[in-house]
Design a protein around this ligand. Structure first.
Ligand SMILES: [Zn+2]
Length: 404
């Protein structure tokens, strides 16, 4: 057999940048061999007269690359629904903090959870993403804020890819917040840097992330974390300029960061620095919506400087309890006014770039993994236009279709 599987009879948005736009092929075919794309193009050019173990007629449906959620905190214990309820009833932030709310409550619950419990509570959230065609997601640690729990979160994240048919990339986010009650900031930073050295050897983390903000880590402190990552040979990412402009985007760019994320307060200069460094802007409309932010990320500046833009759920219990990438895509349009092409690229090709795995996934081109989402839609805009509607028909990971 020349191919393992051929999908034919559909329209393909390859996201191949050489084709422009969504890289559309009408009356196309995709063929997989050994899990990878072996052919993509017009059906009329398919070699070998359809010689394959299996041929699937997708009957006019659209095929895109499998979706990629490039920023999640999906592994965590507990939730903050009660805190949300209290806030809606008029409680102040101080009252909620005094009642043990905020990130401290998630840290407390996560420290108490076993690895099995962390996996078990993450799976229902992951299943919602998978059901929408997500084939790759990033998972951050950052609710342990001490070595043991951070490692446990990363191990739980890796296990998600064993329990489900999905690719997982992990980021160590020890510099997410200061541990509750911590007064020795220098001591905690030393612990984070020591953990990064260990992670560089263990292979448990694919990247190092930090939260650079007035309420979290300063530019100087973040620089120390990034230096440790550089010494350990790990790429960096950054939660930057979410609540104020500390110059986080420019700092991320100086370290060749894969991405800078949030970015509501990023300046024109920050956008220019990101463009020069090839740093992806990851926009998180779920968090913008949930905390009722009013400052929009500088999409115009990103476009002027040709900064690549990705979209993600930021799935987390505090500021974005969102487990729908399709809804994040709709919010990127309604709230941030991104175009359909920008949003679909931002959850496929550019999202892969934000994770440093562009050579493997994110577009449908020969040689990459054959990760596909096949949709019951008339046009790609439907993926962005609808709210709370899931048109996924089939999901394919490494050439293998999920059982129906
Ligand atoms: Zn985040």
């Amino acid at each position: 057999m020349r191919f393992d599987v051929i999908w034919r009879g559909g329209r393909i948005a390859t996201l191949d940048p050489r084709l422009g736009g969504l890289g559309v092929i009408e009356e196309g075919a995709v063929a997989a061999r050994d899990g990878r794309v072996a052919f993509v193009g017009p059906l009329s050019e398919l070699p070998g007269a359809g010689d394959a173990a299996e041929v699937v007629n997708v009957e006019g449906r659209w095929i895109t690359p499998g979706l990629i959620d490039c920023h999640t905190h999906i592994v965590h214990a507990g939730n903050r629904a009660h805190e949300f309820e209290l806030r809606l009833a008029g409680a102040s932030y101080e009252e909620i903090a005094r009642a043990g709310g905020g990130i401290a409550s998630t840290v407390r619950a996560t420290r108490l959870a076993t690895e099995d419990e962390l996996v078990a509570t993450a799976l229902p959230r992951l299943d919602r993403l998978i059901a929408e065609g997500v084939t790759t997601l990033e998972v951050k640690s950052g609710y342990g804020l001490e070595r043991e729990t951070e490692f446990r979160m990363l191990r739980a994240a890796r296990r998600l890819a064993l329990d489900r048919h999905v690719r997982v990339r992990t980021s160590y986010l020890g510099a997410h917040a200061w541990p509750p009650g911590e007064s020795d900031r220098a001591g905690y930073l030393d612990e984070v840097c020591a953990t990064i050295r260990e992670l560089g050897e263990s292979g448990l983390a694919d990247a190092v992330d930090a939260f650079c903000e007035g309420i979290a880590f300063s530019v100087v402190e973040t620089t120390q974390v990034f230096e440790a990552a550089r010494a350990a040979g790990l790429p960096v990412k950054l939660h930057a300029d979410q609540l104020s402009d500390l110059g986080g985007a420019a700092l991320a760019a100086r370290y060749g960061s894969l991405s800078a994320d949030h970015l509501e307060y990023t300046s024109e200069g920050g956008a220019a620095a990101m463009a020069a460094a090839g740093t992806v802007a990851v926009l998180l409309p779920g968090a913008y919506y949930f905390i009722r932010e009013t400052r929009l990320p500088p999409v115009g500046a990103f476009r002027r400087h040709a900064v690549p833009i990705a979209i993600a759920t930021d799935c987390n219990p505090g500021s974005s309890p969102l487990t729908s990438l399709l809804l994040a895509m709709n919010m990127a349009a309604t709230l941030f006014r991104l175009t359909v092409d920008e949003i679909i690229a931002g959850t496929t090709r550019v999202a892969a770039q934000a994770l440093g795995i562009s050579d493997e996934v994110g577009t449908i081109v020969p040689g990459k993994w054959c990760d596909l989402a096949i949709w019951d839609i008339e046009r790609p805009a439907e993926l962005v236009y609808r709210m709370g509607y899931n048109p996924l028909w089939r999901r394919v990971l490494a050439g293998r279709t999920d059982p129906v």
